[in-house]
Write a protein that binds this ligand. Sequence first.
Ligand SMILES: [Fe+2]
Ligand SMILES: [Fe+2]
Length: 279
Amino acid sequence: MSNRPALRARRVQFTLPTGTRKHYAGDDLVMSHFLAILSAAFPEGEDFFIRSVRNYRDQITDPELQQAVKGFIAQEATHRQQHRLLNDRLQEMGYPTARFDRHVAWLLAKLEKVFSTEMALAGTAALEHYTATLAELLLTDDEMLDLLDRSDVRQLLLWHAFEECEHKAVAFDVFQAVGGTERTRVRAMRIATAIFLAEVVFQTLRSMARDRASYNPRRLLRSLNDFRKSPLLRAETRRRIADYIRPGFHPDDWDSTEVLDRWSKELFDADGNQLVQAR
Ligand SMILES: [Fe+2]
Ligand SMILES: [Fe+2]
């Protein structure tokens, strides 16, 4: 069992992009579309995570894990709310977040019919490894932090990243506690990876195709090249993602104590309330 922090949902409020700058992620074309697509996937995705974990709630006997599940559900529900607010604004700014939101709902409903609840839980644990990896990258990598500094979604993404990091082992521990096997875990990771990557790549390109700025060849090539070299696609990041299929892997093998410590001071006061942000 992991030595996890006590989880709770924090009350938060964020300044949304004003809409005056279409490419709100540091004026970067690809990154702005990529983050919009991720954000659009979150509300239905996190709803699916909640359902998948909730299915097994009654089978958990460890009180510490029961508490963690409660915190996990509360946190994901707040993420869903906040990303919906952001997605509405992104839609006004010309990003197809509403259409993709409906597509994710449709896709997940289909997958839930095809796969067992055990696979859904394993898939949740696998996707939580993606969010935790992305979260730690945002919270620790200088290039990603610089991008956030130049973006209009800094506070929201930092807060979400922080809580993803905080609860990264919960779905995984539930899966193990209810007897999930290594074979199912690894299989779910392979399936989740194929679907998640295909969707993100295809939908990002589709979103970009609707943006006039994408038809400026110099701008497009420069932005694609920057994205290719970004920390998201680094060999180290790919290795960390792939570590999930190692036999005996546990999310806490990647220690987040230091990163959580540092950011809890920056983002929240001693009672865990959001600090008023100057930007
Ligand atoms: Fe989340
Ligand atoms: Fe999560």
